[in-house]
Design a binder for this molecule. Structure first.
Ligand SMILES: Nc1ncnc2c1ncn2[C@@H]1O[C@H](COP(=O)(O)OP(=O)(O)O)[C@@H](O)[C@H]1O
Ligand SMILES: [Mg+2]
Ligand SMILES: [Zn+2]
Length: 422
């Protein structure tokens, strides 16, 4: 992509509406814009990050044997009445009527819809286990939408649902998803902790949250100094007693985190009231034993910024950066610089590397500032050193700088995992 003509409306100053750093930087870097409270447009840069996170999620979900579907955003009230949630979900559920005065809602989650789909289309134990997922826009009319993509009203979620014949099957599907979640957050380059959680409104049995460690996190986590135990402090009272029950030697400490993923063992909480049953080997009709598994896609991107930034802007992990490499010719009226820049640009893009070239007729300082703010991990500056046959490579968030021949940029170690022959 060339910067001239690319929609990146960067802002010099912090917008007053933003409280946390990820929100500030997404606005300042030209990633998102607000339409209404908790409702955002994704600009080209923001959408590229969302798609990178989604691709990581898709790959791991597919590898774990889950099948992708896309369910409707608009859901009929009848399904919610069958589980009783039409009455208990409260104001977060945005309700509406169609022209025939029938009740509908905008889906805040999809347990009812998926359970309905499976009860109508799957009937035998032979079809189990079945794991279905989607990446889709949810709507929750949050009282206090805030922090940009972190707590929106309209937001993109990956939601996944497993259907098994019994508890043992559910445990297997759950473990598979737990592993896929670890792979996903590892691949996103995040530091996180898996904690035991309160199942909340979705309900059911055992549940765990994936918490990205960050000071600005809305949740408090207790973790053991000695063993792997960690839990939401909503579940345990650490003021009274901070000794670890799991290992007896450890003490519990606290830190803050951002909930990016949540996995639940639901059991028959939805399948039983909805009479979603399959024919067992014994000939009996039995409700599916279900699990559900969510990831906030936009929140994951925001959490990555909370964890990776400095005074100059975002420092994206390469895995989810909108572009891997920034190519910056210092002076666009120097034909040699532009020729070298174009050559690097086409060689990298031809090999699957995502490159943003700043071909604008701006002062070098302005261009460097924008690239730092946007947070592209690798920057290639084409300036004076070109007369010695070199360009300068630097790595966002480090002091490392090196002079490299233009033809060797493609061989940079950090780019190896992303090279794809086209
Ligand atoms: N208002 C929101 N804005 C952005 N992401 C959200 C929002 N609510 C939930 N998410 C994301 O979706 C995931 C699954 O949601 P879920 O656990 O059902 O919601 P909650 O934790 O609010 O009960 C969460 O782990 C989080 O990453
Ligand atoms: Mg949750
Ligand atoms: Zn312990």
């Amino acid at each position: 992509m060339k910067m001239s003509g690319f929609l990146v409306p960067t802002l010099r100053d912090d917008p007053s509406e933003a409280e946390v750093i990820s929100h500030k930087l997404m606005l300042r870097g030209g990633y998102i814009r607000k339409l209404a409270a908790g409702i955002y447009s994704y600009l080209p840069l923001g959408w590229r990050v969302i798609k990178k996170v989604e691709e990581i999620i898709r790959t791991e979900m597919n590898n774990a044997g889950a099948q992708e579907v896309l369910l409707p955003a608009v859901q009929p009230a009848e399904l919610w009445q069958q589980t009783g949630r039409w009455d208990v979900y409260g104001k977060e559920l945005l309700r509406m009527k169609d022209r025939h005065e029938r009740d509908f809602c905008l889906g805040p989650t999809h347990e009812e819809v998926i359970t309905d789909l499976v009860r109508n289309n799957v009937s035998s134990y032979k079809n189990l286990p079945l794991i279905l997922y989607q990446i889709q826009t949810k709507f929750r009319d949050e009282i206090r939408p805030r922090f940009g993509l972190m707590r929106g009203r309209e937001f993109i979620m990956k939601d996944c649902y497993s259907f098994d014949r019994d508890e043992a099957g559910l445990k297997k599907s759950y473990e598979r998803m737990a592993q896929a979640y670890k792979n996903i957050f590892d691949k996103c380059g995040l530091k996180y902790r898996v904690v035991e959680a309160d199942p909340g409104a979705i309900g059911g049995g055992f549940s765990q949250e994936y918490m990205v460690i960050a000071q600005t996190g809305e949740d408090e986590i207790a973790y053991c100094s000695d063993c792997s135990f960690a839990a939401s402090t909503e579940l345990i009272n650490i003021e009274k007693d901070n000794s670890c029950k799991r290992c007896s030697t450890g003490v519990l400490k606290t830190e803050r985190g951002i909930e990016v993923g949540h996995i639940f063992q639901l059991g028959t909480k939805y399948s039983a009231p909805m009479k979603a049953e399959f024919l067992a080997e014994t000939g009996e009709r039995i409700p599916y034993v279900m699990g559900c598994y969510g990831i906030g896609v936009g929140r994951t991107a925001a959490a990555a910024i909370e964890q990776n930034h400095d005074d100059n802007g975002i420092i994206w992990p390469l895995q989810i950066a909108p572009f891997h490499v920034a190519v910056v010719p210092v002076n666009v009226s120097e034909p040699e610089q532009m020729a070298a820049a174009e050559k690097i640009y086409s060689e990298l893009t031809g090999n699957g590397i995502d490159v943003l070239m700043d071909d604008r007729d701006e002062r070098a300082g302005v261009k460097f500032k924008d690239m730092d703010l946007i947070g592209i991990p690798v920057k290639v500056v084409i300036g004076k050193t070109l007369s010695q046959g070199k360009v300068e490579v630097s790595y966002r968030g480090t002091d490392k700088k090196e002079l490299v021949a233009p033809s060797d940029i493609i061989n940079l170690e950090v780019l190896k995992p992303y090279i794809r022959k086209r």
